[in-house]
Design a protein around this ligand. Structure first.
Ligand code: ADP
Length: 247
């Protein structure tokens, strides 16, 4: 694939904690219009990579390019505001707000004053309700976020991430701690949104989910990619089996 198709590229990305090379010179590419996946065994550097890319932590060296723009060391809100990408992790739910309020607050920078002032237009509320229906929790709109299940909170996070119609969505462990029927719902939604043009990068430990959902997969081990390609290609790569099974 050509550079024009690249939604995210890292070059020599490195982040150490003390003596631990969590991300160790990772050069990767993820593609526009695809459901991209990043997998790897525990401790292989996935979360650190994700956090470096989304601006949650600063890499020691290397570059991050998103939609052709060098966003290395940009703050997460700046990446989101530029419409480049939005991460699931950024959208923590507000436990004492209702489900609907959580959706409304997502369309504004996170200051309550602005939220109260500007977001309650009928159009925004309609959009929030439609999105809640899409993620399957519209019946819970009046519940406080702290009273719904963990899986439902994940759906709420996903729904609120989608309120701004981001072209590129990064999801960190969307299936972690979520029951199988809700995982299936998340997977279905990701497929639908991808059909409508949204690009995804999903960082996940759940190998089955990534293999069934993704078009393009990068497998990490010890802070860098060891295999790249379609599910079939990476599944049959001996280096991947070795990393996962330690054989
Ligand atoms: P994964 O998400 O693939 O499980 P992580 O990125 O969480 O991997 O961790 C990669 C390595 O970096 C591990 O050895 C982990 O212990 C270490 N690590 C991650 N975050 C920190 C931190 N904040 N302080 C010290 N070590 C860390």
């Amino acid at each position: 694939m050509s550079a024009a198709d690249t939604v995210l590229r890292t070059e020599g990305l490195t982040k150490s904690f003390g003596g631990v090379h969590a991300v160790d010179g990772a050069t990767t590419e993820f593609y526009e219009g695809k459901i991209n996946g990043l997998i790897g065994p525990n401790g292989s550097g996935k979360t650190t990579f994700f956090n470096c890319v989304t601006g949650m932590i600063r890499p020691d060296s290397g570059t991050v390019t998103m939609h052709g723009k060098d966003v290395t060391r940009w703050a997460p809100h700046k990446i989101a505001r530029a419409g480049l990408g939005r991460s699931f992790q950024l959208c923590r739910v507000f436990p004492r707000m209702t489900v609907l309020e959580n959706m409304l607050v997502a369309v504004q920078p996170r200051t309550l004053g602005e939220y109260l002032g500007n977001t309650r237009s009928t159009e925004t509320v309609e959009k929030a309700r439609a999105m809640l229906a899409r993620v399957g929790i519209d019946h819970l709109e009046a519940a406080e976020a702290r009273d719904i299940s963990y899986g439902q909170q994940k759906l709420l996070e996903l729904g609120s991430t989608l309120m701004t119609d981001p072209p590129f969505v990064m999801l960190d462990e969307p299936a972690g701690g979520v029951n199988p029927s809700l995982i299936e719902r998340i997977a279905l939604l990701v497929r639908e949104l991808n059909d409508e043009g949204t690009t995804f990068l999903i960082v996940e430990h759940n190998m089955d989910l990534i293999m069934s959902l993704c078009d393009h997969i990068v497998v990490f081990d010890r802070g860098r990619p060891i295999a790249t390609g379609t599910p079939d290609v990476v599944k049959s790569d001996p280096k991947v089996l070795e990393a996962y099974l330690g054989v």
